[in-house]
Design a protein around this ligand. Sequence first.
Ligand code: DOR
Length: 421
Amino acid sequence: MIFRGADVVFRDGVRQCDLRTENGKIAEIAPAGTLEGEGWDLAGRTVFPGLIDMHVHLREPGFEKKETIETGTMSAVKGGFTQICCMPNTKPVVDNKVVVTYIKARAKEVGHCKVHPIGAITEGQRGETLAAIGGMKAAGAVALSEDGKSVRNASLMASAMLYAADFGLKCLCHCEDASLTEGKVVHEGYYSTRTGLKGSIRAAEDILIARELCLAESLGLPVHICHVSTYSGVQLIREAKARGVQVTAETCPHYFTLTDEAIQDFDPDTKVNPPLREERDRLAVEQGLKDGTLDCIASDHAPHHEDDKNVEYDLAAFGISGLETSFALSYTELVKKTGLLTLPALAAKMSANPAKIVGLAGGEIAVGAPADLTVVDLGEKWTVNPAKFVSKGKNTPFKGMEVYGRVKMTVVDGEIKYRED
Ligand code: DOR
C-alpha cells in the first residue's frame, strides 16, 4: 500500500514523502510523487507515527456498561491511536495472568488497535499483598499500576519496584494520599469555596510524587508518574530529573486545557482525579511539556455510564472520556495556539516517548518499523460533540469546544482500522 504525498512527521522534522507499507511494516520512504502503485493520495494531510496512549481504562472485564474492549479500541482508532495500554481497575482486577490473558485474547478477537494490559501492583488493588507480577509479565503485561489510587504502604511500594524491575517492568504511579482526598471532589481553591464543593490540596498529589521519587532514587530504579496536575509536582519531577533520578511522567489534555474555573456550573463531567487545578498549575504543566519534564501526553480515558455521571457532583464518578479528543486538544493548545511544541515534539509526547517508557515497538516512522500511521487534517476545525463519540463514555467537559486537527485515517500494522468516511 502506498500513502502518497503527505507531510510526514519524523523525529527531526516534517517532510513531504511517499510511504510504502508491506507485511505490516514500513517498507520504503521516498520523495513525494515518486512511488507508483495502489494507494492513497494524502496531499494536504499530515501523517504522524501511530499515536500511543499509555493510560486508558477499557473497563472490561466487569464494567461493560461503561466501555468494552471493542468500543474502547474503536474509540482509540477514531482518536488516531494505534496502541493503547489499559489500566487494571476492572472487575476482577487485573492481578494475575488469567485476566491479562483474557484481555489480550479479547482484544485480538474484537479489538481495533493493539492493546497492552497493565497489571495491578497488589492483589485486588487492596494494597496488602503484591500481585503475581511474574505471571502477569509472562502473559503479556507491559507495566504495573494501582491506578485510581496509590499503594499506601511505602515498604510494599519499594518491594513492588524491586520485583517489577526484576521482571523488566515499571511501576506507573497514581499519586494521591487518600488521607487528604477522602470525601474531596475538586481542587481546594477559590472555586471550591464559591461552589461549596469539597476540595483537596496539591499536597495530596505532591506527597506521593515525592515518595515515589525518593523510592526510585534510593533504590536506583525507574518510576513513572501518572497524570501530573500540580505546578509543585512538575517542579519535584524537574528537580529529580536534574539530579539523575530515573523518572518519567505524563500529563493529560484536561490539565493543560482547563482549570477549576470549569467546575463552577457543577457539571459532573469536570470531575476528575486528580482534579482540575488553577491557572498557575495549567501553565506549569505546559512548561513541563515544553522543557521535557513531562515526557508524554496520555488521555486517562475514563468512560462512565450516564448513571454514574448524570447525578449530583458529590456522587458522580471521577473521569473524562478522552480518546476521541486527546489529539485535537493537544494539537490545538500546544502547537496551534501557543507554539509550545513543534509537530515532531508533539509526536514524541504522543508516540515515541510512551513507546519507550513501556517498551513497545513503534513510535516513529522509519523503514522496518511497524506500519502504524495516524493521518490527520491539521487545518480542519471541528466541534466536540459527545453524541458522536463511539466510546460508550460520553462524559467530556469539552462538549461544544472548537478544536483543530481531525483524524482522517488510522493504520495499524499496515491495515486501515479507521477511516473518517
Ligand atoms: O478520574 C479518574 N478516573 N482518575 C483515575 O485515576 C481513575 C479513573 C477511573 O478509573 O475512572
